[in-house]
Design a protein around this ligand. Structure first.
Ligand code: NAD
Ligand code: UDP
Ligand code: UDP
Length: 322
């Protein structure tokens, strides 16, 4: 029997939120996206506007909100360094006050709530690959701290609401994820390199490019979110979600040049402060608990993302005005 649920996605107009909204609608649920459009865009959702089971609400999660829903995915937060560092105080408020308000909402409704946490809570890790029991190596006072510490505090709040109010919580530690609808100007490495390659501009590798990341395609990540939300109440996480295939940033630059057939040159720019040197998830827990592993290879995922940006760059409306 299909049970139709009313699902709230905060940050629903963003990259991950818009894909999640699409998938939940396809599964027959009602979807309410809440967003203040800081980094997200109505354009990411416009193909869903005519859908009978879809709603969009402009709201800032730092303010209380009274809604009636069955499940909450708390994704609201700028995710790329240039965006979350633009107004760092607001970034911390979004993670901390946003978590408090959404947990308060979940407590009143006695509903499940999933937190989009991040691999950034491991900071510049000295344990490699990262397992969930590693406590991390985070600078508390650096330029990335507003994001890292905000997300760490949000995890604390989730577990305290669990201990204090017996809330059904799910904490997902998301590793670098890419795909269509990433913001073209958000400075993340995959979108930067693809846009630079398509425009024939220099590809900006920060530092020597020897730092590593592991890139997960968005469809795989959305499957993991839904699987985690569907687990029984003993499963709280934190669970690492990501693709364990590790690449250096220099390798990624070469792959993007190859797949776009670009004439762009690689140039080296200064490495940003506190940039983690290596990152790769240990996903044994996700495999065991969710029976999940990524299906989409970097080549396939990059091809789909390149096709998206190619179309976007050819469109006449500048992204900022959409
Ligand atoms: P995104 O910037 O595309 O989406 C975030 C959305 O949240 C945007 O639509 C933005 O407008 C909205 N938002 C920001 N502050 C808000 C506020 N105060 N009130 C209401 N809405 C607000 O980023 P994304 O990549 O889709 O990330 C979604 C979530 O996943 C974030 O919480 C992020 O920290 C987490 N995450 C993402 C990645 C990744 O690689 N994409 C990795 C780790 C964690
Ligand atoms: N909250 C909300 N929507 C609700 C219920 C609560 O936004 O439906 C907010 C409320 O503003 C509160 C926060 O969530 O500040 C935390 O709620 P909780 O019940 O845990 O704490 P309290 O109300 O006692 O501060
Ligand atoms: N990076 C880069 N060139 C760019 C953007 C990013 O070399 O134009 C590097 C960045 O220094 C980091 C990695 O790519 O080492 C991933 O950066 P991103 O901002 O995408 O994610 P995060 O650092 O949060 O993992």
């Amino acid at each position: 029997m299909h049970l139709e649920k009313r699902v709230l996605i905060t940050g629903g107009a963003g990259f991950l939120g818009s894909h999640l909204a699409e998938r939940l609608l396809e599964a027959g649920h009602q979807v309410l996206c809440l967003d203040n459009f800081l980094t997200g865009s109505r354009r990411n959702l416009e193909h869903l506007f005519a859908h009978k089971r879809f709603e969009l609400l402009r709201h800032n999660v730092t303010e209380p909100v009274y809604l009636e829903v069955d499940e909450i995915y708390n994704l609201a937060c700028p995710a790329s360094p240039i965006h979350y560092q633009r107004d760092p105080v607001h970034t911390t408020k979004t993670s901390v006050l946003g978590a408090i308000n959404m947990l308060g909402l979940a407590k009143r409704l006695q509903c499940k709530i999933l937190q989009a946490s991040t691999s950034e809570i491991y900071g510049d890790p000295v344990v490699h690959p990262q397992t969930e029991d590693y406590w991390g190596n985070v600078n508390p006072i650096g330029p990335r701290s507003c994001y890292d510490e905000g997300k760490r505090c949000a995890e604390t709040l989730f577990f305290d609401y669990r201990r204090q109010h017996n809330l059904n919580i799910k904490v997902a530690r998301i590793f670098n994820t890419y795909g269509p609808r990433m913001h073209p100007n958000d400075g993340r490495v995959v979108s930067n390199f693809i846009v630079q390659a398509l425009l024939g501009k220099d590809i900006t590798v920060f530092g020597e490019g020897r730092q590593t990341r592991s890139f997960c395609y968005v469809d795989d990540m959305v499957s993991a979110f839904i699987a985690l939300m569907g687990t029984s109440s003993e499963v709280t996480g934190p669970v690492n979600l990501g693709n364990p295939h590790e690449f250096t940033i220099a390798e990624l630059a070469e792959k993007v040049i190859e797949l776009t057939n670009s004439k762009s040159r690689i140039i080296h720019c200064p490495l940003p402060q506190d940039d983690p040197r290596q990152r790769k998830p240990d996903i044994s827990q996700a495999r065991d608990l969710l029976n999940w592993k990524p299906q989409v290879s970097l080549d396939t995922g990059l091809r789909r993302t390149i096709a998206y940006f190619d179309e976007l760059l050819a469109s006449t409306t500048p992204y900022g005005q959409m």
